[in-house]
Design a protein around this ligand. Sequence first.
Ligand code: TYD
Ligand code: MG
Length: 454
Amino acid sequence: MAAAKPKAAYVCAECGVEHAKWQGQCAACGRWDAVREVAIDPARQSGGYAGAAPQVTRLREVEAAAREWLPTGMAELDRVLGGGLAPGAVVLMGGDPGAGKSTLLLQVAAALSGRVTVLYVTGEESLEQIAERARRLQLPLDDLLAAAETRVEAVAALIAEHRPRVVIVDSIQVMQVAASTSAPGSVTQVRESAAALTRIAKQTQTAVVLVGHVTKEGGLAGPKVLEHMIDCFVMLDSPAGTRFRTLRGHKNRFGPVNELGVFAMTEGGIKEVANPSAIFLQRPEEMSPGSVVTVTWEGTRPLLVELQALVDDAQGGYGKRLAVGLDPQRLGMHLAALHRHCGLSLADQDVFANVVGGVRIMETGADMALVAAVLSSFRNRPLPRDLVCFGEIGLTGEVRPVPNGQERLREAQKHGFTLAIAPRANLPRRPIGGIEAHGVTTLSQTLEALSGLG
Ligand code: TYD
Ligand code: MG
């Protein structure tokens, strides 16, 4: 005999996890007083898999859907998406309010609407606001379909009627499924809306882009629970105080992750930055101590960025450590390695490090530049303006090679750098004209090479 089906579920409003019974604290996310009783619609309980006959297929017989990628026309976006929008793909675009998600996607929607049918669903702004913005940006609007909707069922009906190739949903936070019993805006609603839209995307082979707002805590409101359903997750970051925007892929079922796209927010909308190295390198003629340039590798291309460090006497007790745009844990590791392997203690110093321009470096190639910037500030001696450093530093004081060493050196040379300190194994067999590269294998060799310069 089948077990009696429950009439209620207990769902955490914070993380969306279901529990067998009510509890004061969610066992999954630890939040108190967040578990809510949700009545389960009997119709939904008996539906689902019960009626449909199960089927198996030999995978060999499944036709690979000819993935007709649809380039968005914005190379920086296509780079992060892995070539464009695939049919049936669900892309989640996260970012702070004001980052430019709506602007970017409206521009993309308008540009695509000349080639394919595009539906822009706005749940936050009115159609008048969207149209006003589009006109101000002089976007082509003749063929762009738009709807002010928050009901997922209504969006499904619009998709069935107009058969768009691309649907933008701005934003997933305001969407709701009528059949759901949970409150609009709750994590459960967000999850159910995304699940329903994902199903529609797969069934109709429509590419769906969901906009998601980031919460103050840094997590996307709900999207931790969405990440497993969607195909791609990209984040539009807006570093404080700059007009630059970086778009980074965090998950991509169709292509590489960690690609970086760079944009600038301008009066005339969001613009692509074709040569990002150049914008992050606007430095004064006179170099100050604590500044050095590194070549990071972002996805499939090198990027030159300036690192800065400030080392200063700590006011009593142990020195503070702070890193912005870099992993603070790695900063701590490098300081420990400097002490243990080079006898240099910064225990009584505050050490601050920052990546200029608000870029976040996600790889270890910046280790050596971080150490160089820290030393330069500590000794109060500037490093040469035309120097770049890259390489990974290990806990045993060794300098390890990083991927694409030669391409990094070439990029530096292309931008006028004439000196490099890099892992020995990364140096090309034949020197690259115009740039003199010192190869090092240990942290102490790095220090020697640096003191010969600054
Ligand atoms: P928006 O796309 O509404 O951000 P999001 O959807 O991520 O919340 O962008 C809003 C910000 O962008 C706002 O601060 C104004 C600015 N902006 C420009 O600088 N130029 C423009 O052409 C537009 C449309 C907006
Ligand atoms: Mg918006």
